[in-house]
Write a protein that binds this ligand. Structure first.
Ligand SMILES: Nc1ncnc2c1ncn2[C@@H]1O[C@H](COP(=O)(O)OP(=O)(O)OP(=O)(O)O)[C@@H](O)[C@H]1O
Ligand SMILES: [Mg+2]
Length: 432
């Protein structure tokens, strides 16, 4: 068996919560100290924590073979960046050890890796030298790096003047082109624009294709699924699950669906809205079949939307609601009052509560939002709010057993249909 490229044993990193009082040296720090005293003198329910220790990473064992492409997933604060920083030797572990075999190229969070006072050009050479490359070797790759980063005009500008997107472009280009044997990338997808993200993913795929080891953190599950042969899920500093990406991602999304749901909202002060305001949405809730507030629904199961609004317009109302995907805001379907036979909203003065009952929710598994709309009958907007009431849809595996999770990769919607064999005595078509 070949020796692992990355081998982590009983790795732990302890930090202290709260902040230490800094030595006051510069004017900025003096202002900071004053601000701190002023803030902390104010009574608050959330008193600053004492400097109690806590574990950002705990008892982690992990072994990654050369050539493996591994996606690291987990909620904010799970310890993903901490692990990468230890592997890149930016921070020391408190316990355990991390062995690395091979030259590491790393793209960590913005702010690490480059010297802020040095220009882009100087930082490329500095990073190359730190990776153990000779000047000629760095020069041979220089043009490729600059072209990938698309920063020709800013090469001689100190990187402290770069925007965060520019910084990440250069950092990724350096990390991915200086021929590291192990590429460690933290959240490159969060900063760059869509075209650059695609380019980075493509480059990571190429690096992986050349048999290099890649470990990357992402909140983009599609990228993890497409790029990785293995996914590792961390939570509260510990390893929760390690294995085939589809299974690990499904378990991860399932676990946190409830925590992220927003099934009940007071919309009176919701800031982003459009319309004359002559009618106004006040509250909205999602309910399960038993009438309880619920943020998690089953595919092809029931869902009820409840809206409360107030109106003082003399126009007849038009009510509608649309469901959009949370990751890219795609409108998947619309519920309009006209599709409910016999329901006429009419002219309303004062408050009303309306329930919209869906028998069989035709959505694939995933997370969704609602757009809620009050219009006049002539379709002039009275009050329209977008991206509210976050909820998730999961498969009911007991009712519809499937070997896979029905996600948007299988289409935007699901429809219940009756499947049956046609008996020999009722031929559907004649065989010649
Ligand atoms: N220098 C530090 N001092 C104190 N606490 C820290 C420090 N660096 C990280 N932490 C804490 O360690 C925990 C893990 O942080 P880490 O940055 O590894 O999370 P993460 O999984 O990368 O999260 P995200 O998805 O938000 O990037 C967090 O609670 C964070 O506040
Ligand atoms: Mg992080």
């Amino acid at each position: 068996m070949t020796a692992p490229a990355i081998h982590v044993q009983q790795l732990g990193k302890q930090y202290r919560l709260g902040t230490a009082a800094p030595l006051t040296r510069t004017l900025g720090e003096a202002a900071h100290a004053l601000l701190r005293r002023w803030v902390h003198a104010a009574p608050s329910r959330h008193a600053p924590a004492a400097r109690e220790p806590f574990w950002a990473l705990r008892d982690l064992d992990l072994s990654i073979a050369p050539g493996e492409v591994v996606g690291l997933i987990g909620r904010n604060g799970a310890g993903k960046s901490t692990l990468l920083k230890i592997l890149a030797r930016v921070v020391y572990p408190t316990t355990g050890r991390a062995l690395i075999r091979g030259r590491v190229g790393s793209l960590l969070e913005v702010g690490t890796g480059f010297h802020p006072e040095l220009t882009g050009r100087e930082n490329i050479f500095l990073n190359g030298a730190l990776l153990g490359l000779r000047r000629a070797e760095i020069r041979a790759r220089f043009d490729e790096i600059v072209a990938f980063a698309e920063l020709e005009r800013f090469l001689d500008t100190p990187v402290k003047r770069y925007s965060s997107g520019m910084y990440v472009r250069l950092a990724f280009a350096v990390a991915a082109h200086l021929e590291p044997e192990i590429l460690i990338v933290d959240e490159v997808l969060a900063v760059g624009d869509a075209a650059f993200q695609r380019k980075c993913l493509g480059r990571m795929g190429e690096v992986a294709g050349h048999g290099r080891t890649v470990l990357f953190v992402s909140h983009n599950m599609t990228a993890v699924r497409n790029l990785c042969a293995r996914a590792v899920w961390l939570d509260a500093g510990r390893l929760v699950r390690d294995g085939e990406p589809a299974a690990v991602i499904q378990a991860y999304l399932g676990r946190h669906a409830d925590a992220d749901a927003r099934p009940e909202m007071d919309l009176r002060d919701w800031p982003i809205r459009r319309g004359t305001g002559e009618a106004r949405l006040l509250r909205a809730r999602l309910l399960d079949a038993g009438g309880r507030v619920c943020g998690r629904f089953t595919r092809l199961g029931p869902l009820t939307l409840e809206l409360e609004f107030e109106s003082r317009t003399r126009d007849e109302l038009n009510l509608s609601a649309a469901i959009t995907t949370t990751d890219d805001g795609l409108k998947v379907l619309q519920l309009a009052h006209q599709d409910s036979p016999g329901f006429v909203p009419g002219v309303v003065f004062g408050r009303r509560k309306v329930r919209v009952e869906v028998d069989r929710l035709p959505l694939q598994c995933g997370t969704y939002h609602w757009n809620l709309c009050l219009h006049t009958a002539a379709l002039d907007p009275l009050d329209v709010v977008q991206d509210v009431l976050r909820f998730t849809v999961e498969d009911d595996l007991a009712r519809s057993p499937r070997p896979f999770r029905s996600t948007r990769e299988h289409g935007l919607c699901s429809l219940p249909a009756v499947w049956r064999y046609v008996h020999a005595e009722e031929p559907a078509y004649a065989v010649q």
